[in-house]
Design a protein around this ligand. Structure first.
Ligand code: CA
Length: 282
C-alpha cells in the first residue's frame, strides 16, 4: 500500500470509531454558538457615560470578571446609567413569584424587560468592578400613586462563599433608611446580613419571637422572600405582591417599613450605578 493510501485508510478507521453525531446535537452546538452575546459595555453606567443620549432599554453588558455577557435593563434618564437588577409591578394581574430557592436568586429569574431579579452572581460582579464605586437606588411606588426613593452612596455584596452579605454606605432620599433599620421599633439593621432564601437560612433569628409565635427563618415568615434578613428587619421588597384592596396589614408583603409599615407597595425597582473612583478615594 502506498503511504498516501495508508494515511487515508487510518483516517477512515478513526472516523468510523467516533460516536455518531445526531442532527439534534449539531443543532444544539450551532445554537449554542449563535446565542453567545456580544457585550455593549461593562455596565449601563459605562454605556451612558460614553453616550449620554443612549435610550433606556435592554442592553448586553459584561462587568469586569464576569464569565459571560448578559442582558440587563438600563435606566437612562437625565441621571442615567442605572443597571436595573430588580423590578416588581404586579405583572398586569399576573405577578411574578418571588418565593424562590437559593439557586434561583443566585442565577436570576423573570424577564429583564418586565418583572425580574437579575441574580446575585451578576450583582456581585456589578458591585466589584475595579476602579469604581457602586451606588444603590430604590424607586418605590404605593397604591396612592406616590413615589419615593432611597439612595446609598456605596453598595457591595460579598461573594458567594460568604452568602452575598450586604454592605451599604450613607443613605439619602425621602423613603427612609429601612435597610439601616433607623431604630424602627427596635429592629436590627440589615446591613451586614447575609442573603437568605427559603432553603438557605442565614438570618439572625434562632429563634425570633413575634407575638406568641417563635420562628427561625424570616424567609418563611415573609412570603418566601430571598433577602438580606437580620431579625428580620423592616425592609423586604421580595414579599408577596398584593392587588389594591388586599394590600393592607400583611407582614409577608412588599414593604419598606420606614415609609409604608402597614401597606404593601405597588411597584419597586432596585438599580446600581458605578462611578469612577477619584484618585484620593482609591
Ligand atoms: Ca435563622
Amino acid at each position: 500500500m502506498a503511504p498516501v493510501t495508508q494515511v487515508s485508510f487510518i483516517l477512515i478507521l478513526i472516523l468510523l470509531s467516533l460516536p455518531p453525531v445526531s442532527p439534534g446535537t449539531l443543532k444544539r452546538r450551532v445554537l449554542g454558538k449563535a446565542a453567545k452575546l456580544e457585550s455593549q459595555g461593562n455596565d449601563c453606567s459605562q454605556i451612558w457615560t460614553d453616550n449620554p443620549k443612549s435610550p433606556s432599554g435592554v442592553y448586553v453588558i459584561r462587568p469586569e470578571g464576569t464569565p459571560d455577557a448578559f442582558r440587563a435593563y438600563c435606566d437612562m434618564g437625565e441621571d442615567g446609567g442605572w443597571t436595573v437588577f430588580q423590578r416588581r409591578t404586579g405583572g398586569n394581574g399576573k405577578p411574578l413569584a418571588f418565593d424562590r430557592v437559593w439557586w434561583e436568586y443566585d442565577y436570576g429569574f423573570g424577564d429583564v424587560e418586565g418583572e425580574h431579579w437579575l441574580g446575585l452572581s451578576k450583582l456581585y460582579f456589578l458591585t466589584h468592578q475595579p476602579g469604581t464605586r457602586a451606588q444603590l437606588k430604590l424607586d418605590l411606588h404605593n397604591f396612592e400613586n406616590e413615589s419615593r426613593h432611597a439612595l446609598y452612596d456605596s453598595f457591595q455584596i460579598s461573594d458567594k462563599s460568604s452568602f452575598y452579605t450586604l454592605k451599604l454606605g450613607r443613605y439619602s432620599g425621602n423613603a427612609g433608611d429601612s435597610f439601616g433599620g433607623e431604630n424602627w421599633r427596635g429592629a436590627a439593621s440589615q446591613v451586614g446580613s447575609a442573603f437568605s432564601t427559603l432553603d438557605r437560612d442565614h438570618d439572625s433569628c434562632n429563634p425570633c419571637i413575634s407575638g406568641d409565635i417563635a420562628f427561625n427563618e424570616c424567609s418563611q415568615q415573609k412570603g418566601g422572600a430571598g433577602w438580606w434578613f437580620s431579625d428580620c428587619g423592616v425592609a423586604n421588597l421580595h414579599g408577596d405582591w398584593h392587588p389594591e384592596g388586599d394590600h393592607k396589614i400583611w407582614s409577608s408583603d412588599i414593604h419598606w417599613g420606614t415609609w409604608s409599615p402597614t401597606e404593601s407597595l405597588k411597584a419597586t425597582e432596585m438599580k446600581v450605578k458605578t462611578v469612577v473612583i477619584a484618585a484620593t478615594e482609591a
